[in-house]
Design a protein around this ligand. Structure first.
Ligand code: ASP
Length: 450
């Protein structure tokens, strides 16, 4: 059995949905389909999920969202008409969306998630109905009936372990099952969504639950590239990646596959294949447990900005038992998660995400470090970017760091931080955000010779 997930651009119009169904019908093993909400038809378009968020926000603010709701309903009605499914379905979708708007707004998170989930839920109904018009035995299955249970964290659901047992029966479901991505239900019965882009996570959970032979993730590019094509023109394609490489690459900017989506398939040992709905015969990129690669080769170059550093020093810090714990405890108590913590003998830098480290948090953290840890010096530097080279076969190879740092030197990029050795498959460099693109291009030239 193959589990296929189709992303928003694959559902954006009737023409795209026809392609999805052609793909599904071209292989009888494709029996469990996960769909996103209709995405952008072109660059200037708006995703249905964003339209739904606009509905919810307008309603919360003004008590009405007539114009916003109309935009969503029209999107579905146009697709339904062009697909030739019954008018009853378009009416049912309109009713569903209006009905959701009438749910209680007391809990803002619950209300928002109820609206957001409408995108995938109605897309799944539409795809199942369209497959039926083509004579296929297709069934829409609700995450509630199927038992996709998640934690009660609106917009940030985590799958609960019992879901895998609950969902395993879908392996024996007749015909083609069409399952909405992006949301599940809390044990108390509330709709809860995964983080944005979370339909990848639903597909991964289902692939693990039914022990699929492969999890196919259909998007709108032929494959994963060695680096971001917006930064380097025509980068080389990657045909195969390990789960670990994909995890490292998606940490710093590879957004093709949701970073939280790897865990279920990884633990179940299900390989992933990233494919293109608009070019399904392209082989795509496979993500597997183990792979063979040339010694010393770099698989990909990733980058991400929006980081900052809290630097502190204290004479004889290395002799103070519990210093690191107390520092991290301050961050924990301020609700901050840290990304990295490179250290020296008498100093340590903690790298955080800038968006979490608001000026108010910064003031509180700096004050507490001074007072509670009696640090000699504390400073914060914003505007940091992380650039990474990733590769399973970089391990135990002499000279890779030298090549990377030489490439930076030639490009005039100053390195603020190096983190090498903690991860066996990556080398991470902190650079000023303004230097990030140059840094990536320099590494690409060095390791991929362009
Ligand atoms: N529709 C949701 C979003 O736009 C989830 C997804 O597409 O995976 O974030």
């Amino acid at each position: 059995m193959i589990v296929c997930k189709f992303g928003g651009t694959s559902l954006a119009s009737a023409a795209q949905i026809r392609k999805v169904c052609d793909i599904v019908l071209s292989d009888p093993k494709r029996r469990l389909i996960v769909v996103s909400a209709p995405g952008k038809r072109d660059k200037s378009d708006t995703k249905v999920t964003d339209l739904l968020i606009a509905c919810a926000e307008a309603y919360l603010k003004t008590g009405s969202a007539a114009k916003e709701v109309e935009a969503v309903i029209t999107r579905y009605a146009d697709i339904a008409r062009e697909l030739g499914v019954s008018d009853d379905l378009a009416r049912a979708i309109a009713e569903d969306i209006r009905g959701r708007l009438a749910t209680s707004t007391t809990d803002r998170g619950h209300f928002l998630d109820t609206m957001k989930a409408a995108g995938e839920d109605n897309a799944a109904k539409l795809v199942a109905a369209y497959l039926q018009t083509r004579g296929v035995e297709a069934h829409y299955v609700s995450p509630k009936d199927a038992g996709l249970l998640v934690s009660h964290e609106f917009g940030n659901a985590q799958v609960l372990p019992e879901s895998y047992r609950n969902l395993a029966h879908l392996r024996d479901a007749p015909g083609v099952t069409v399952f909405p991505g992006f949301f599940g239900y809390s044990p108390a019965g509330a709709v809860v969504t995964f983080p944005r882009g979370g339909s990848d996570i639903t597909g991964s959970i289902l692939a693990a639950a039914v022990k699929a032979e492969v999890y196919e993730n259909f998007t709108d590019v032929d494959c994963v590239f060695v680096t971001n094509p917006q930064l380097v023109p025509n980068p080389r394609p990657i045909t195969e990646l390990s789960y670990r490489e994909m995890r490292e690459l998606s940490y710093a900017g590879f957004s093709i596959f949701h970073e939280e989506a790897l865990s279920p398939v990884f633990h179940a040992g299900v390989p992933v294949c990233i494919k293109n709905t608009n070019n399904p015969s392209a082989p795509g990129t496979r993500i597997v447990l183990d792979r063979v690669c040339p010694l010393g080769s770099v698989t990909g170059i990733a980058c991400g900005d929006g980081f900052c550093t809290v630097y502190l020093s204290k004479y004889l810090m290395n002799r103070e038992v519990g210093f690191g714990r107390r520092l991290l405890q301050i961050l924990e108590e301020e609700g901050l998660s840290y990304e990295h913590a490179p250290s020296g003998i008498d100093n340590i830098s903690v790298i955080l995400r800038e968006r979490e480290f608001t000026p108010a948090k910064e003031a509180a953290v700096v004050e507490r470090i001074r007072k509670e840890l009696q640090a000699d010096d504390v400073s914060v530097e914003r505007g940091l970017a992380l650039v990474m080279i990733v590769g399973e076969c970089m391990r135990n190879v002499v000279g890779l760091a030298a090549r990377a740092t030489k490439a930076f030197a030639t490009a005039g990029v100053s390195i603020e931080m190096i983190n090498q050795g903690s991860s066996e498959v990556s080398m991470m460099f902190g650079v000023k955000a303004a230097d990030m693109v140059n840094a990536v291009r320099a590494l690409y030239r060095e390791f991929f010779g362009a």
